[in-house]
Design a protein. Sequence first.
Length: 341
Amino acid sequence: MDAKEIDYYSLGFDFIETKEMFVSNYEDGNWDKGKLKPFGNFEISPAACVLNYGQGIFEGMKALRTRKGETVLFRPKENARRFNDSADRLLMPNYNTNDFVSAVKEVVKANEDYIPPYDSGGALYIRPLMIGTGPIVGVKPAKEYKLIIFTVPVGPYFPEGFKGIDLEITKKYTRAAPGGTGASKTCCNYAGSMLPAKETKEKGFAQVIFLDAVHMEFIDEVGTANFFAVINGTLVTPKTAGTILPGITRKSILELASKKIGMKTEERDVSYKELFEDSCTEVFCSGTAAVVTPIKSVALDDKKRIFSEGEPGEFTRKIYELLIGIQRLDAEDEFGWIEKV
Ligand code: PLP
Ligand code: COI
C-alpha cells in the first residue's frame, strides 16, 4: 500500500503491506549477510520443518516517531537476546545480536515513510521472524533457515485502547505447561491461543487470562501480554518460571515502578482469587503491542470484579505515562533504553 494513502490516525492492529523486508538465509552452518528486498512472497518446500513441525520463532518491536521527528527503538538488544533464547529452545541457529539490531534499523529506514506521525500515537511494528525452511520428514531440526524482518504501521492492539478491557479467566484452556515452550516466542504458542481468544470474544471479552497448567490457580498471563496487579499498594506480577514470556515491557515497568515511583514490587505466584479481594485495586497488562492496557473487569464463570468504569487507576496511568514518555523521548532516557535509527 502506498504510504500516502494510509490514514495513520485510525489504525488498528491489522496487516498493511509496506515497501521492504530484510531477508537472511542460513545454509551449511552460516548466515549470509542478508539484504533488503521488496516485500513479497517467497518459495518454500512443502517439507519445510516450519510447515510440518512448527519450527518458527518471532519477535515484536516498535519504531516510534518522536515529537522532534526522530525515529527511535525501545531496548532492541533485549529483543535480539530473547530471539536467540527462543531459537535455542527450538534448536534453531542464533543470529548475532548486533547484526539483528542493524538489520532492524535497516528495514525501519527503508520503510520510514510508513512510520505513523508522533501525534497519531501509532507506531511502525517490526516483526523479526525465523523459520526452519529445510525439508524434513522425521521430527528433527531443519538444516536451512530464513530470517525475515518486515514492518506494519499499527495503532492500538486492543481497540478499547486506554479505556481498558474486560477479561475472562479461563479454566478450560491453558497456554503453557512447565517444561514446555511458554517462555519462548514460538509461533505455535500463538496458534493454540486463537481458539480460547475466539470463544471469549464471542462472550464479549477482549481476551482470556491464562492460569498455570498445574494448579489452575495462579495467573500466567494474558494471551498476548503480561499481567500486573496492584495489591495492598504493591505492584505484583507473575514470576517468570518457564511458562510465561519474559516481557521487555514487563521488565521495564518493574524498574520504573521501583525507581521512579518508589513502589514495592513483587514477582511471585498470583492466585486469581486475589483479584476478587478488596486489597487488589488495579490490574493491567503490558506488552509491545498492548503497551500498558488497563483491565476494567475480570470475570470467572458467574463472578465478576469491576475495577473501573472507564477511568484507569492512578498507578496504571502513572506507569503508562512514564513508559510512553521515555519511549517517545518526551522524557529523558535516563536508563539508556532508547536507540535512534
Ligand atoms: N506475553 C506474550 C504471550 C506476548 O506475546 C507478549 C508480546 O510480545 C508479551 C507477553 C509482552 O512482551 P513484550 O513486553 O516483550 O512485548
Ligand atoms: C507483541 O506485543 O509484540 C506481540 O508479539 C503480541 C502479539 C501481536 C503477538
